[in-house]
Design a protein around this ligand. Structure first.
Ligand code: NDP
Length: 485
């Protein structure tokens, strides 16, 4: 089978990498390479920045209505091609096609639609000084924005950055993960068809430490919006600090899911399974530490084991598959090593715990059984470090104070869920949780207007709604003094 050749997208055109070097792109469900992607470096990023610089004066002066129409047109075209996009996302990530169809690609469409509207509605503040002067705030695009995204929700997270950056009048140099480049490449073609002016969006493919690093280091890129691991985020923060770049860092999570005995049991059970194993646990928001109030513990655990055992791991193309492949051999090895570590730390595997062999054509794919582990305390590595796989630990608690201490006892602070019908308890806990997002009696219920992001090692800054529009603009105060008398 001939390999698909991916190109960079610079100045409105598909471009090979300057050095003509390529990387293999592997289908994680089969373990077979199926595409080649540019191994770009500083020269490619330089070309992208130059294209963005040429496009910026006109794009930044375009009217909100023009940006609204273009972003909506991009959304319409992605929606038209939803099936092809979903197939590409599944082939790249190993996630079930049903999920790519119903979650990933519709969300990319929603991102463009949402921020198209934001372009129309964005407004700024005025601060009158009575009888003396008026201050008004101009919010102007930062210039060229760098958008770097991970492999777990490829088009979903890439467009979550690009759409607000463009809506606010910036030009963009973006880099998707080199593990999942295909939908970003398709997006380039969609933008061409939509009539996005050349250079407004540029997409450079390649390795993080090469192409990604070149974006972070480039002096003409004024803001970096990054989603990825905490380790990479730390590196980017250090590189950006001396040149005072604007930074938005959405990093890892180790999210607690706290279930009180008075919860609505069926909903809490269903959602604990979804929160633990959606996208194979490869979502930064996944609830990977499940705390259950002791009177409910044994009943909840036993029901959970049954439901987790019933999840079907298999070929992502089949409609009854719940969990597809993990994204790469390296990630498979990492997840399996954490399951071994959990056992060495004294954890008991209640179900799963091993690699799964799937029938042809997936016999070499990277599949792991969804895994439940009990018997571990807060301070072991399994409960402190982000595994980012289908591994959920469970532990009983006796009081709300203990649940809070467990929930807050990690370096991460992205999301938390609380399950109880006692709303005073839930609100009190929400106030005290060290977390950027708290869900009460739900998980991953998203409104794109709300601030999205974490505290502690889960990052700095917020995405979503006005937060994103503010990140991608510079506020300038203009003070006008009235004439005397
Ligand atoms: P990485 O941090 O490895 O990579 C993220 C992106 O950064 C990729 O495009 C990567 O490129 C690039 N990159 C890597 N090194 C550098 C560098 N030195 N300079 C610039 N860019 C670089 O994360 P993963 O792709 O492994 O994604 C998983 C992580 O993302 C998890 O920790 C997860 O929690 C986090 N995440 C956070 C979310 C949030 O909103 N808080 C949402 C989703 C995921 P390449 O792939 O080519 O190496």
């Amino acid at each position: 089978m001939s390999l698909l050749i991916i190109e960079n997208y610079i100045a409105g055109q598909g471009q090979p990498p300057c050095r003509r070097q390529y990387l293999d792109n592997v289908n994680p469900a089969t373990g077979e390479p199926y595409a080649r992607i540019p191994r770009s470096d500083t020269d490619d990023v330089e070309a992208a920045v130059q294209a963005a610089e040429r496009a910026f004066p006109t794009w930044s002066q375009s009217t909100p209505e023009q940006r609204f129409r273009l972003l909506n047109r991009i959304a319409d075209l992605i929606e038209r091609d939803l099936e092809a996009y979903a197939l590409a996302e599944t082939t790249d990530t190993g996630k079930p096609l049903s999920v790519a169809r119903s979650v990933d690609i519709p969300r990319a469409v929603a991102n463009f639609r949402f921020f198209a509207t934001a372009a129309l509605q964005f407004a700024s503040e005025a601060h009158p000084m009575t009888n003396l002067a008026i201050n008004y705030t101009l919010r102007q695009p930062v210039g060229i924005a760098g958008c770097i995204s991970p492999w777990n929700l490829p088009l979903y997270l890439f467009t979550w950055k690009i759409a607000p950056a463009l809506a606010a009048g910036n030009c963009v140099v973006g880099k998707p993960s080199e593990l999942t480049p295909v939908t970003a490449w398709m997006l380039a073609r969609t933008c061409q068809e939509a009539g996005l002016p050349p250079g407004v969006l540029n997409i450079v493919h390649g390795l993080g430490p090469e192409a990604g690093q070149a974006i972070v280091a480039h002096p003409k890129i004024k803001a970096i919006s990054f989603t990825g691991g905490t380790h990479t985020g730390r590196h980017i923060a250090a590189a950006a600090a001396p040149v005072f770049k604007k930074l938005s860092l959405e990093l890892g999570g180790k999210n607690p899911h706290i279930v009180f005995a008075d919860c609505r049991l069926e909903e809490a059970l269903q959602t604990a399974v979804r929160a633990g194993f959606s996208n194979n646990g490869q979502i930064c928001l996944c609830g990977s530490r499940l705390y259950i109030e002791r009177p409910l513990y044994a009943r909840f655990r036993d029901a959970l084991v049954q439901r987790v055992q019933a999840l079907k791991v298999g070929n992502p193309m089949q409609s009854d598959t719940d969990l597809g492949a993990l994204v790469s051999q390296a990630h498979l090895d990492k997840v399996l090593s954490y399951i071994e570590l959990a056992q060495a730390e004294g954890g008991r595997v209640l179900c799963g715990g091993q690699r799964v062999q799937v029938a042809a054509p997936c016999e070499h794919g990277y599949f792991v059984a969804p895994t439940l582990i009990e018997g571990l305390g807060l301070h072991c590595r399994t409960n402190q470090e982000e595994i980012f796989g289908p591994v959920l630990t469970i532990q009983p608690f006796d009081t709300a104070e203990e649940a809070l201490a467990l929930a807050n006892g990690v370096d991460y602070g992205l999301a938390a869920s609380i399950w109880t019908q006692d709303l005073s308890c839930a609100h009190r806990m929400a106030e005290q949780l060290h977390s950027g997002i708290v869900w009460i009696n739900c998980w991953m219920l998203r409104d794109l207007r709300t601030p999205f992001g974490g505290i502690k090692q889960s990052g700095i800054g917020r995405e979503g709604g006005w937060e994103a529009m503010r990140f991608f603009t510079e506020p300038k105060n203009v003070c006008v003094k009235y004439a005397e008398g």
